[in-house]
Design a protein around this ligand. Structure first.
Ligand code: ADP
Ligand code: UDP
Length: 242
């Protein structure tokens, strides 16, 4: 039977989350055209941005599934919408870094692009009012982001597994995955599942040959060609010329 969109549950900066008629265990996710940075202090948009991020997420979550990594994606319903497993989101942004960039490079006094001997996984507290602060493992436990230290280890292991798959997928597209943010949630069986999205909004992606940026830093730093870069990521992942 065809699924039907029900009431709006939540509107965020990049997506709207709706209920699904008769399916309390599912959520109807709609990607918006808006772009925000610096905790929504900078805003913008372009037509088709929601479609590009929905398609990139769907494509990558399909490839993660093939690699044996479960995600919340159940089915695409349109170019901008997908049905996902409804999860209780763990209030941590799980950031994985293959090279140092952005505020972390600055904070540690390193050049942007400094390579790392092994990937770093970090936790940030998902709280816009606090500006998503960095949390140590002990702080994450103190804030009860997860019940036990073992959960933090599960998140780190999953992030590193996902990093291996995503790095390889982006490499085939001529892009280096510099860093990215993941969100996880728990389903009815209490399993930890990858949620939210993976897109140029949530990853830093640099061209392997030229180092050119293809991600939200183009918007954050007013580098121009934002729309073209997002489109190119989708085309390249699909194996098309960009
Ligand atoms: P934000 O809340 O930061 O503005 P979005 O606009 O992307 O971000 O909103 C999507 C919201 O839905 C986020 O708060 C995210 O944690 C949450 N979310 C993502 N996937 C799921 C899911 N499968 N079940 C429930 N909530 C989810
Ligand atoms: N990121 C994200 N959402 C956030 C914070 C970070 O998607 O709320 C992504 C960001 O796009 C980058 C990675 O996580 O790919 C690491 O971001 P970093 O902590 O370096 O953020 P900066 O302060 O430099 O923007």
């Amino acid at each position: 039977m065809e699924k039907v969109k029900a009431e709006l549950l939540y509107e965020g900066k990049a997506k709207k989350m709706y209920a699904v008629v008769g399916r309390p265990e599912e959520v109807w996710v709609e990607y918006k055209d808006s772009l925000t940075a610096f905790n929504a202090q900078k805003t913008g948009s372009f037509a088709g941005k929601g479609m590009i991020n929905a398609k990139i997420t769907s494509l990558l979550y399909g490839r993660l599934k093939k690699a044996g990594i479960p995600t919340h994606l159940i089915a695409d319903v349109s170019d901008t919408e997908m049905i996902c497993e409804k999860l209780t989101i763990i209030p941590l942004e799980v950031v994985t870094r293959n090279r140092l960039a952005g505020s972390t490079a600055k904070k540690l006094g390193k050049d942007e692009g400094t390579s790392l001997e092994k990937p770093l996984v970090e936790f940030y507290y998902k709280d816009d009012a606090l500006g998503d602060p960095f949390l140590s493992d002990d702080q994450a436990l103190m804030m009860k982001a997860v019940p036990a230290r073992a959960d933090l280890e599960i998140l780190k292991t999953k992030a590193l597994e996902i990093n291996r798959v995503l790095r390889a997928e982006f490499e085939k597209a001529g892009l280096e995955l510099i860093d990215f943010k993941l969100e996880f949630g728990r389903n009815a069986k209490n399993e930890i599942v990858l949620a939210d999205e993976v897109s140029p909004d949530t990853c830093r992606l640099w061209d392997f040959k030229t180092g050119e940026k293809f991600d939200k830093d183009r918007f954050r730093r007013d580098l121009g060609k934002v729309e073209e870069s997002y489109q190119a990521v989708l085309h390249r992942l699909k194996g098309e010329q960009s």
